[in-house]
Design a protein around this ligand. Structure first.
Ligand SMILES: [Zn+2]
Length: 331
């Protein structure tokens, strides 16, 4: 089954009550009971139910009361989360159609892979040439970002061969072209335990997974010594709070996003996971602007303006919209 979700029109999809997990009583990331309720995404005038989604779950939702979806932040690890969350089954249906589908929204949500790959090269540091460079692209779709990065590493003489492992709901046929091999896995635990990677990419994916703590820990453990982990996540809950104070609504993409991971979450991450001894936070700052000037000049200028204070005062400024980090595995 495929969901053709035009997300530019439908920001929020509320599944039927049976398709929710039990509500969390504490923080789903660190387990702390000190969580702060910041609002609710239902009822809201922006909620739309997409008909194809209803076909999948086989009910007519509009005649039923929808469950309350609450928004919290954790006072301990600073993750933001929606509560309750949908079941894995619903999420899988949602993503196999949504991100890989040919939707109008795709052009707004996806960064040009060449641009993101070029951005990543800045964080690689001084790499010594090696025979094989291994990339793990978690939630990497068709692997386009890793392919671009691989091309760069080959052309700059850093590596002779590139091996890419892509983890995504929708798996593709393994392929080998020139010196780049790409393998596809549906879940992270299917990657052989002995596989270690020079770079691990988790770009705009951790907010979508139901078990981010387990996933982040696994991704970090898959890095070689001196390997690099890059993550990019949304940091939009401060906008929600700001809009709410002004008496306005801020559309939350549910269930596309389950978590919000901003500056405070990332700055405390290694401490939260008790991994400070083995890993080092190399970069932590506002994320790359999505929009490109030649395609959407107004949006690009607005994005830079909104993020501007973040470049100056770093994590203290909450309205950056997205955050990115680079974590290095210590020798
Ligand atoms: Zn927490």
């Amino acid at each position: 089954m495929k969901i053709n979700l035009d997300k530019s029109k439908h920001k929020i999809v509320i599944p039927e009550e049976n398709y929710f997990e039990e509500a969390f009583e504490g923080c789903p990331f660190c387990g702390s009971r000190s969580i702060k309720y910041i609002g609710n995404i239902h009822p809201s005038p922006e909620i739309k139910i997409y008909s194809d989604f209803l076909n999948i779950i086989g009910t007519i939702l509009s005649n039923r009361p929808s469950p309350d979806i609450k928004i919290y932040t954790c006072n301990n690890c600073h993750i933001g989360f929606f509560n309750p969350q949908p079941t894995e089954k619903i999420l899988k249906e949602f993503y196999t159609g949504y991100y890989m589908g040919d939707t109008k929204y795709t052009k707004y949500t996806k960064i040009d892979p060449r641009r993101l790959a070029s951005h990543l090269t800045k964080y690689l540091g001084n790499l010594s040439p090696r025979e094989t460079f291994r990339i793990l692209d978690f939630g990497g779709g068709d692997g386009a970002v890793s392919q671009c990065l691989g091309q760069y590493l080959l052309s700059s003489g850093i590596a002779m061969k590139i091996e890419i492992s892509v983890v995504d709901y929708k798996t593709l046929t393994d392929r080998r072209e020139n010196s780049i091999s790409q393998y596809s896995y549906e879940t992270l635990d299917l990657i052989p335990l002995s596989d270690e990677f020079d770079i691990v990419i988790a770009s705009a994916i951790l907010e979508h997974v139901k078990n981010p703590r387990q996933i982040i820990s696994s991704l970090l453990q898959k890095m070689k010594k001196q390997g690099i982990f890059y993550a990019r996540t949304p940091y939009s809950f401060p906008f929600y709070k700001g809009f709410k104070k002004l008496g306005k609504t801020f559309g939350m993409p549910y269930p596309a996003h389950l978590f919000d991971m901003g500056s405070y979450f990332w700055s405390d991450l290694l401490k939260t996971l008790n991994l400070s001894a083995g890993f080092r936070m190399k970069e932590s700052h506002t994320s790359l602007v999505h929009a490109e000037f030649r395609k959407n000049p107004l949006l690009t200028i607005l994005s830079y303006l909104v993020k501007l204070p973040s470049y100056l005062v770093g994590k203290w400024y909450p309205f950056s919209g997205g955050w990115e980090v680079v974590i290095e595995r210590k020798i």
